[in-house]
Design a protein around this ligand. Sequence first.
Ligand code: HEC
Length: 734
Amino acid sequence: MRPVFLLSLLALAAPAADRVTFSESVAPIIYRNCVSCHRPGEAAPFSLISYDDVRKRGALIAMVTGSRFMPPWHAEHGYGEFEGERRLTDSQIAIIAEWVKQGMPEGDRSKMPSLPRFTEGWQLGKPDLILEMPAGYEVPAGGPDIYRNFVIPTGLAEDKWVRAVEFRPSARKVVHHVLFASARGGSMKDYDGKDGKPGFTGMIPVAGASLQPGGGGLGGWAVGTTPAFLAGGMSVSLPKGSDFVLEMHFHPTGKPETERSLVGLYFAEKAPERRLMTIGVPALFGVGNGIEIPSGEKNYAIQDSTILAADVQALGVAAHAHYLGKEFKATATLPDGTVQPLVWIRNWDFNWQEQYTYKRPLLLPKGTRIDVSISWDNSTANPRNPSRPPQRVLWGEQTFDEMGGVGLMVTAVRQEDEALLEKSEAAAQAAAIAKAVGNGTVRRILESQARARAVATARLLDITIFDRQGKAVRTVGEPGVYTQAAFSPDGSRIAVIRSDRQTGNADVWVYDIDTGKGTAITSDAIADSAPVWSADGTQIAYVSSVPEGNYFIISRKAADGTGAAQLLYKHTPGEMPVITDWSADGTLWFWAGDWTYTLVAGETGPPVKLVRGRGGRLSPDGRTLAYNSTMSGRFELYTVAVKPALGEPVQITKTGAVGGIFWRQDGKELFFMANPGQTLTALDVTALSTATPTPLFKVPAMFAPAQLSSIGTRDGQRFVFLAAQPLATANAVQ
Ligand code: HEC
């Protein structure tokens, strides 16, 4: 008999399923397992309280419960036994499915269970100390995710022991998750509020605070977290005068929100008998493991292990990675060979940074080996991958970076072993840092932090268009941190490098002058610079500094932001190339170090070293290059014939000139920046070597000499500079 037929016979033989109603069978399941999150004011996107709420989404509910996507719980069932596991039984799942199949009848309303009572306000009772963020932080309606740290002085006059931290966001919908730490009082003062908004950026404080004396992690909060006291009556130290630090992750929702969180602290009467310690595997979230995930890699994995220096009780476990994290598995192999499962997260979800508490503490004797394997998915198949297309990813603290580790929360069985355990953890961390210094990770992180701080505190600029008299005619787009603005050949758009104030990432943007609308041409963690337009205005070439800074690439992309980037050239000498022109025949002109090079796009050969100097711009007839050189001792304007053959350099200025070289399209005028004083100056090209330069105007202070591409319109009537707010009027030269 064919199996399908057999199955249908069986179905016929089975007694008809009882009528399943909402009131009697489904509501009890939903009320017990779903409404803690799916009710008004909580984090889930909709309420599941009434019959109508549930019926409207019946099919979806059957699907997400069947796949065990809901209720959310990421630790594999049966692999470690945890408190508060959110999980439906197989028969509960079957009841929901059957109800949907039967057309979702409501049944007898009088049989409805009563709605669980939810405690309003503090879930753990009145806290011993309530802290409030000193000021509200405004989360914009849109834009990238925001990581922001807030410092709240505790004002504690004596040392305390914290049994629980309860967190109450004021704008629940935008707060994704929070990590807590204590830090030495005043130690973060230098960062706080420096960009004019409360708090500061970067994912440093918790890791940083954990390393300094008197500081340390105090757990965290994620959507759906039920506040709880630490397992086993434990508490952690909060020294007097400490600051309480919140490391928050916001996700804009389409509506501006202001977050001003409350934190409730619950203190123990006295110090705990044992200290709560965390054993991190790998140490410090893999900073020493040389994590380098190729773009497109579906399964990048690391393994690490540690041996316990003394007998411990494991109370709980937590995992941490960013968006590319995929799978975590941790086991303990006891000295007698028994393998004890610790945790298995098969499908890591960054939004659920959960701490799992064991139902019963696990006794792990000295000599037990903790093995951890972690994998990441950096392909487009990972829906959470923040980079499209995927980029190569290294260890770091930003959204685009990765890290990974499992933290096992333990207490020593014997108090006298505490020092030993602490020493062994400190040694593992020191070894990880030594490796990170050796492989360049530390240098790279410090540099990117410095860059992010510089951008966060940078002044806002306006993309400002000036006429020949130095009058600011208009601004384009919104204020931002910009450099290197360049007019499109037809004068209708401006390409510019825009730095993100949260991440410090620098990307190419194009603004339409009429509408002011900006389009991101690149958007990734790699710093981009030197945007230059193709002669027909359809493409933009730019330079990217590949993360570890040892090489640079020149790429091009469509100027409307569509399509993929195309690699034109990889530059390895270690000096950053700066593109300044892209002529109609496809030749790119760039300088690096002291030399100007040409590169025929599409040819694979090395670029041709041309002249000593920088900032080269080709004349409209393609025969002469105007550039800056220090051949005479300081930067001056030079020209050199490049067609039909390379000629001898001719010095044009004698009193200093650097940057801003630009030819009028009719070939009649050549502009340059006279130095010192940054005065935009025009030269009559028809008598180049004898002409007297005409000063036009002193440009606003924000002119960067690196702004070397097309600063003017082809008719030589309009110029673009980045003026500090409020709108600066350039000083006309009398
Ligand atoms: C711990 C909090 C929490 C619990 C408990 C919970 N949910 Fe959810 N649910 C969420 C959140 C948050 C989302 C939004 C999606 C996300 O962030 O993963 C969600 C989304 C959903 C969705 C939409 C899924 C989609 O693909 O659009 C459904 C349906 C759902 N939940 C049903 C349920 C049901 C049924 C239960 C109980 C069996 C349940 N949830 C329990 C928090 C919860």
